[in-house]
Design a binder for this molecule. Structure first.
Ligand code: PLP
Length: 421
């Protein structure tokens, strides 16, 4: 099926007499007639449901829809995008291991990898994604287990050269994990460019209406764990908690995602509620319609801002003047997303005064939903970072992050115009 059809019909295919709409299986547990069947489920010998922390039919249907949209072999929903990023790395890294991450990633990810993972004994090196191959390669160590980047960075909206980083990661025998939140599979499918694992904060465009916090990890099924058995013992050596099962042998291309459920969901349990998965699914049903509208509006807004005398600079990969323009043409030819960043001429106080004068565009800690909104990362999302860290993450202290919604573009531009004046 094409992406539009997957958005509308994917994941849930009712059998004769079953509900047309994906049901909310609001149940912690599932009943079996005999105890042997339940035992086989616990041993991962059969597929089926027994406890919602491990799997739930509503959650699984939505995860399957996203896996199909991305072209992956399997996916698992998580309670937030943060949980998805954490699980994607922790599934293959343990104390003593190391990962490499682009330094322009979302502030929450930067803190998770740079501070919290460190407390678990996992080291992260942040690299400039514009650096030369030699500089990037110098960051690899014998204990490096993965490379992490964002298709479109939040909030800088820089395009990640997926093919290049996949090549470098694979040369060093590790998978590439891509956070595809801002692009969504409608505009870019990282697996087609060599990524091995994709994560999302579904809180953003996938939900699209700012209703539910959520995340997803998608397994591309592309990475050959057995070929790098020494690096990934968790996938290639027996798991004693499942009677010596070896994930890479038993589950093949779905080894990574099966291990993630069997171990991390079992032990850490960051699941979404089935109700939230149901709401996410409603958002996904219109993702293919909303994304082009976000892009069309954002292009018009970016062009308006770029020519306005009060505006000092605009970053939007759809602008020919943007540093990411060429990469955007390659990876996201139909458009990038509705998010852009810009700065005003004048002081930091002028920027704050501008935001306070907006009438329709709301100041909220959110991006990528139907309603236009704005945020000042230096005083909001990224306020934990020092000035040096801000600079390293590509965030100027005057940077405003504008998320263009799907209202009429003329009304969005008019609101910006009156506030600028
Ligand atoms: C918001 C966001 C996250 C974190 O997701 P939550 O759902 O807020 O936990 C991770 N990555 C990117 C790119 C984001 O925009």
């Amino acid at each position: 099926m094409k992406k539009a059809t997957q958005c509308v019909q994917g994941g849930w295919t009712p059998k004769n007499g079953e509900p047309r709409v994906l049901p909310i299986y609001q149940s912690t547990t599932f009943k079996y007639d005999d105890s042997d069947k339940m035992a086989r489920l616990f041993d991962l010998k059969d597929e089926g449901y027994f406890y919602t922390r491990l799997a739930n039919p509503t959650n699984d249907s939505v995860a399957r829809k996203i896996a199909d949209l991305e072209g992956g072999v399997g996916a698992v929903l998580t309670s937030s995008g943060q949980a998805a990023s954490f699980y994607s790395v922790f599934n293959i890294c343990e104390a003593g291991d190391h990962l490499i991450c682009s330094q322009t990633v979302y502030g929450g990810t930067f803190n998770l990898f740079g501070v919290t993972l460190k407390k678990l004994g996992i080291d992260c090196t942040f690299v400039n994604q514009d650096a030369s191959d030699e500089e990037i390669e110098a960051a690899f160590r014998p204990n490096t287990k993965c490379f992490f980047g964002e298709t479109l960075s939040n909030p800088g909206v820089q395009v990640f050269d997926i093919e290049r980083f996949a090549r470098i990661a694979h040369q060093h025998g590790v998978p590439l994990i891509v956070d595809n939140t801002f692009a969504t599979p409608i505009n870019c499918r990282p697996f087609e460019w060599g990524a091995d694992i994709v994560v999302h904060s579904t809180t953003k465009y996938m939900d699209g209406h700012a209703l539910t916090v959520g995340g997803v990890v998608v397994d591309g099924g592309t990475f050959d764990w057995a070929a790098h058995a020494d690096k990934f013992p968790g996938l290639t050596l027996p798991d004693e908690s499942y009677h010596g099962l070896v994930y890479a042998e038993k589950f093949g291309r779905a080894a990574y995602i099966t291990k993630l459920v069997a171990q991390l969901m079992r032990d850490l349990g960051s699941i979404p509620s089935p109700m939230n998965a149901f709401l996410l699914n409603i958002g996904l049903e219109t993702l293919h319609l909303r994304m082009p509208q976000h892009c069309k509006n954002a292009q018009a807004v970016a062009e308006f801002l770029e020519q306005h005398p009060q505006v000092a600079w605009v970053h939007y990969p759809g602008l020919k003047s943007d540093a990411s323009y060429q990469l955007a043409q390659k990876y996201l030819p139909q458009g990038t997303c509705g998010v852009m960043s810009f700065g005003l001429k004048g002081t930091r106080e002028d920027a704050v005064a501008f935001m306070d004068r907006l009438k329709m565009i709301a100041i909220v800690t959110h991006v990528a939903d139907a309603r236009s909104c704005i945020l000042h990362p230096a005083s909001h999302t990224h306020r934990q970072l020092t000035d040096e860290q801000l600079q390293a993450a590509g965030i100027a202290s005057d940077l405003m992050r504008l998320s263009v919604g799907i209202e009429d573009k003329d009304d969005i531009i008019e609101d910006l115009r009156q506030a600028l004046e």
